[in-house]
Every structure is written in C-alpha cells, then in structure tokens.
Design a protein around this ligand. Structure first.
Ligand SMILES: Cc1ncc(COP(=O)(O)O)c(C=O)c1O
Length: 461
C-alpha cells in the first residue's frame, strides 16, 4: 500500500476499529482506567490480556502442582499441562517437524544455538547487519572455535536486504560441512520483514539457517511447513505479554543431532555416573532444558496462543498494517512553519513487507537533529511509552549513521578500547540513535491522536 497515494476518511483507514476498541475495553481496560497510559512499545513487549492472567490465576489458586517428570499426582498434573502447552506451540507454528525447547527468552534460545552449533576452524557464520545483539553475540562462540563471521549490510536507503550483496555472500561461503546463516524474520528496529525465501536459498547453498522470529511472530503467521529453518528463536511475552521469562527454541528434528551440547545438567541426561565420568543426553527437547523448567508459567502459554487464535493472526496482521499506514501517513504530514519535515522516517515509508515498528529522527526547522533523549523525556510527561536509542541492534544504527568499521576501529583505538554508551551516541559529533514507535493488538486510533498531538505541541505546529 502506497501511503502517499491514499486519501481516506479515518474509518476507511482503520476498518476494524470497532472490533479492536471492544477488545481493548474487554482485555486492556487498565490502559485507560485508571492508568491513562499511551503505549507504543509493542516491539519491546506486548501487553497481556486480562483474561489470560485471570485464567492463569485460577489455575494457580485451584491446582496443586509439583516438580514435573514423576508419576506422583501433583507432578503428573504439572507434566500434563507443560506438555499441553508444548503441543500448542508446535501446532501454532505448524511445526510437527520440530522439537520445542522451552527457554527463558529468545536470547536463551539463541545462546543454545551459539554454544552448541559445531563451529570449527574456518566455519562461516554469515548474518545480516540488521540483527539483535543476542544474535550478534553468537559470533563470540564462532570465533572462539576458529570460525569466521561475515556481516552482510542492508541497504542504507530502505534498510532492506540488497539481493545481490546477500547472494554474493552466501555463494562465497557456500559448500558442504557446517555453516550457519542467521537472519531476523522482522527487524526489531525498522520493522522490515526480510523475506523468508532467503531460508531456502541459504539452505541450497549448504547453510543451516537460524531464523530469529522474535519480532515477527507477534503479528505474522510463521508456518514451519512452508519454510523450514533449522533453528527458530522467539519470546512469548512479545506475542501476548504474559508471562515474561519464557521463550523457545524450535529445532528441526533433522538438525537436532548437529547441536553439540557443551555440558549436561539436571533433566538433560538419560544416564550420568560419577565414579566413572560418563553421561548420555536425553533424546528430545529435554536435552536442552537445563534443570527444572518453569512449570508454573509454561501452562499459560497455551491460553496465550489460544487468545491470539481467537482473534486470528491474519486479522491482527491486517490491523497492524492499517495502523502502520495510518501512522506513517500522519507522521509524514507533520511540517514546520517553513515547510521542512518535523521528522525523518528511517527505513521503508510504505507498508510493503513490514510490521508495525517505525523508527524516526526529529528535526528543528533548520534541519538539525533533536536528541532522542529529549523527545523521550517530553513523551514521559504525557504518559507516552515509546523507545529510543539503538534498540540492541548496533548494526542497523551504524547503517543509519553511515559509520564504517574503519571509523569505529579508529574511534575505539583513540579511546584505548574503553568506550561508554554515551560516547558512542555522540560519536564524532554525530548524534546516533533514533525514536521507535511500535503499534500492537491494543492500539486504537485515539492513541495515535495523542501521539500526533504530542508531536504538534512539542514543535508548536
Ligand atoms: C528480533 C529480536 N531478537 C531477539 C530479541 C531478544 O529477546 P529477549 O530479550 O526476549 O531475549 C529481541 C528483543 O527485543 C528481538 O526483538
């Protein structure tokens, strides 16, 4: 949808406003009464529906649950509920070819891949420069084992993959043997959906693929029969807000034996002995679930996913697309008295292949940039939750700020490699970072009006 070409009334923009306003009143009323919060950080964390918390509370107050994996009744009940949640996760993602390993969050899932992937001398690890730090950090495991990390930059103009550049990188490192390609299904900063067709493309070149789906799955369908990356990471609080502290790693069964767990722990071994040091690891998901799992919270995942299904992920996706189009359109109309734009949107300015995350920088009439910290402080005064900075994705910020590896090396050297966050932000007199606004399931039109009024007021438009 081309944002600029549309000339619609508000109800045409947001076709499903009545449904989502009713949903907000039912499940997210606390935003309005008594709290009066205007929430624009769904990419940071989703909001939980009241009914999910109530259901979980009822389970806790009426049940008795013991540590799973024993036949005693309280343990058996806990096991049954955990396994029901696991089955739900697998069916939600149409993932019968996968194991579902529960983790603390997406980062925990990524760490399992990092520490267990059989990197060795010269193993290539290819990844987009647009990745969360929890993916970037895998390069440390790769390098410790003698592997080589290769970043593939996204384009400066729209923050999307440059097909030629990515194809060249994958071809250059193609071959047999271990090689890993990591990409986010959706950028946590620009909202760009990077195109799941790259999974099969990289696999044809011999790569195992790690798909970081954390920012994608809250508002898009991931069907693991349609695409089959070897590894998928996600956090559940980003999909339905509650409970925090749970994510999962989906491991394609055919790639399971490729991961070499570097240690063993309670719950992960079938046999372990002490006076003769020997152990054998469990066969399925248990191999990677160290110690006691979060057995009181995991059952809530089933109801969280059922809540999403009760609305329909396609309906959510369409809604997010419309909210994003509406927001992009109105943001683009904000101009200073001299006609210069108040803000610059970084990345795509339309709603093609993107989610509901938008980043921008704010500017004075003379074009100079306003510190994002000032914007955030002013937003706080109005009860608006938005996010600013570099969003744990330094690669994308380096592209936006047009900073090269050589620039950074010179800078780090000049500081004797002792650099703090704020020094990075004001690197070479250039202000880095941006403001991120993300919409979600509980966003309604009046939130967007509050945001627009805030900007108009701030700039005295
Ligand atoms: C794309 C992406 N990957 C990974 C993560 C890390 O998720 P968590 O902090 O839940 O481990 C995030 C969090 O914002 C993310 O957006």
């Amino acid at each position: 949808m081309e944002v600029q070409q549309l000339n619609k009334s508000q109800s045409d923009w947001l076709e499903d406003e009545a449904f989502f306003t009713a949903l907000r009143a039912r499940e997210y009323q606390r935003l309005d009464h008594p709290l009066h919060q205007v929430y624009f950080d769904y990419t940071g964390g989703n909001l939980y529906p009241a009914s999910l918390v109530e259901k979980h509370c009822e389970m806790m107050l009426q049940g008795v649950f013991g540590n799973p994996h024993s036949i005693n009744p309280t343990s058996a009940k806990a096991t049954e509920m955990v396994e029901a949640a696991r089955a739900k996760v697998l069916s939600f993602f149409n993932a019968s070819d996968y194991y579902c390993v529960f983790t603390q969050n997406a980062s925990g899932a990524l760490k399992i891949v990092g520490e267990s992937y059989p990197f060795g001398a010269d193993t290539p690890f290819v990844l987009l420069s647009d990745n969360h730090n929890s993916v970037n950090g895998i390069r440390e495991f790769c390098q410790q084992k003698g592997g080589n990390t290769h970043y593939v930059p996204v384009r400066h103009e729209d923050l999307r993959i440059d097909e030629t550049v990515l194809k060249t990188a994958l071809e250059e490192h193609a071959g047999k043997g271990n090689r890993l390609f990591a990409m986010p299904a959706q950028s946590n900063v620009s909202g760009v959906k990077h195109g799941l067709e790259w999974i099969a493309y990289a696999q044809e070149k011999g790569f195992d693929v790690l798909l970081d789906a954390a920012a994608f799955v809250p508002t898009s369908r991931l069907d693991l029969k349609q695409v089959q990356p070897e590894f998928v990471s996600l956090s559940f609080y980003k999909i339905f807000g509650y409970p925090t502290g749970l994510g999962c790693l989906l491991i394609k069964k055919t790639a399971f034996e490729k991961l070499c767990k570097p240690w063993f722990a309670g719950g992960t071994v079938d046999v372990a002995s002490v006076c003769y040091p020997f152990h054998t690891l469990e066969e399925g998901h248990e191999r990677f679930e160290d110690g006691t799992i979060n057995y009181l919270n995991i059952p809530a995942l089933k109801w969280g996913l059922e809540f999403i299904e009760s609305i329909g992920i396609e309906r959510i996706q369409k809604r997010i697309n419309q909210l994003t189009a509406y927001l992009l359109h109105h943001l683009s109309t904000l101009k200073h008295k001299n006609g210069t734009p108040v803000l610059q949107i970084l990345g795509p300015k339309d709603t093609q292949q993107r989610g509901g995350t938008i980043i921008m920088t704010f500017h004075r009439e003379d074009g100079s940039m306003i510190l994002f910290e000032d914007i955030e402080k002013a937003a706080v005064q109005k009860g608006i939750s938005l996010r600013t900075g570099c969003f744990c994705n330094p690669g994308l910020d380096e592209i936006n700020s047009q900073i090269s590896g050589a620039d950074l090396e010179a800078f780090y050297r000049s500081k004797n490699f002792k650099v703090q966050y704020h020094e990075m932000l004001y690197y070479k007199d250039k202000v880095r970072g941006a403001t991120r606004i993300s919409v979600g399931i509980a966003t309604v039109e009046k939130d967007i009006q509050v945001l627009l009024d805030f900007i108009r007021h701030y700039f005295q438009l």
